[in-house]
Design a protein around this ligand. Structure first.
Ligand SMILES: Nc1ncnc2c1ncn2[C@@H]1O[C@H](COP(=O)(O)OP(=O)(O)OP(=O)(O)O)[C@@H](O)[C@H]1O
Length: 310
């Protein structure tokens, strides 16, 4: 999923101002931003519910809205509270829905199990807690077996137990190979569940990257993904950098805490015939970015960016 230079205006007021978004395939991607920053608008554009005034959005490789019909069965979403009949049980509601979209009846039991509602499936909808209603909504999106799921603030209004249940459900959906895009204005929520994150403020993505990178300490560093990691580590250490190694690659920082120059790192490696697959500059932590963002401080040049295939 991706968006390039999205612009959206409502009554002449710019709400999205050149928004770029890259959601990697598989895992949970958090769209984090304060109220009114443009999360719902971006999601609506991705789903073809709202037309952008400029830029391009793609979902599963198809341009939205033109190519959306080709992949629509692959996409499940909750943007507003779905309508269920209060007079029926959760299972009955899903049976009716499955019938209307041509999903096989046995799929209902499968999705109820997947969202942890199997034991409560035959209870009356009115007896469901808000969290259970939300999990039923997620179950409804799964009927068509989508590979991409988009949830706009799915934990809004839920108590801590409900929030926990939704989080567990979303994690499970991603762990079974799906791509889950979830928006929230609560940092801790995204921190606990997402594999990667885009931070949106003022109608733009101001920072994006893997959660692992954001949560590593905030000291500026360069991430290097390279095949011959041991040789690269020795070489960079000999050249005076501090190098930490983990399963995703090397984390290169300056001994004095300064940000190393990525170009110099690339040159040093290249001269030894060691070629990085990826080199990414990380300047700020998720919390720093979010605090800047919520206190209206312009991040200016301190944004970090990382790109993925859509
Ligand atoms: N249909 C509309 N008409 C006019 N303005 C709109 C419309 N939809 C959204 N907006 C405005 O666009 C801005 C971005 O709204 P959006 O709902 O995308 O933000 P958000 O990040 O999802 O916020 P929240 O967390 O409060 O849902 C807000 O200022 C909102 O008032």
């Amino acid at each position: 999923m991706q968006a390039n230079g999205l612009v959206k205006r409502y009554s002449g007021r710019t709400v999205l101002n050149g928004l770029n978004l890259h959601v990697p395939r598989g895992g949970v991607h958090g769209l984090l931003g304060p109220n009114g920053s443009g999360k719902t608008t971006s999601i609506r554009i991705l789903l073809g519910l709202v037309r952008a005034n400029g830029g391009e959005a793609k979902i599963l490789g198809q341009t939205v809205p033109k190519g959306l019909t080709r992949v629509i069965d692959e996409v499940g979403a909750i943007v507003e509270s779905p309508k269920f009949s209060p007079r029926m049980s959760g299972r009955h509601n899903l049976n009716v829905l499955a019938d209307s979209i041509g999903a096989p009846a046995r799929r209902v039991s499968e999705v109820l199990l997947e969202v942890g509602l199997a034991a409560d499936a035959d209870r009356h909808f009115t007896q469901y807690s808000l969290g259970m209603k939300q999990r039923l909504a997620i179950a409804a999106t799964l009927l068509k077996r989508p590979s991409v799921l988009i949830f706009d603030e799915p934990t809004n209004g839920l108590d801590p137990v409900g929030i926990h249940d939704i989080r567990t459900t979303m994690r499970g959906l991603a762990d079974s190979g799906r791509t889950v895009l979830v928006s929230s204005h609560i940092l801790s929520e995204i921190e606990q569940i997402a594999d990667s994150v885009s931070i949106i403020a003022g109608g733009k993505v101001v920072a994006e990257g893997s959660m692992q990178d954001f949560l590593s300490d905030g000291a500026p560093h360069v991430r290097v993904r390279i095949e011959r990691a041991l040789e690269a580590t020795d070489l960079l250490r000999a050249a005076g950098w501090r190098v930490d190694v983990d399963e995703t690659g090397l984390r290169v920082s300056g001994r004095s805490g300064h940000l190393p120059d990525a170009a110099v790192i690339a040159e040093t490696l290249g001269m030894a015939n060691l070629w990085p697959q990826e080199l990414t500059t990380r300047r700020v932590s998720l919390e720093q970015v979010f605090l800047h963002l919520t206190s209206d401080v312009d991040l200016g040049a301190s944004q970090s960016r990382r790109r993925w295939a859509s």
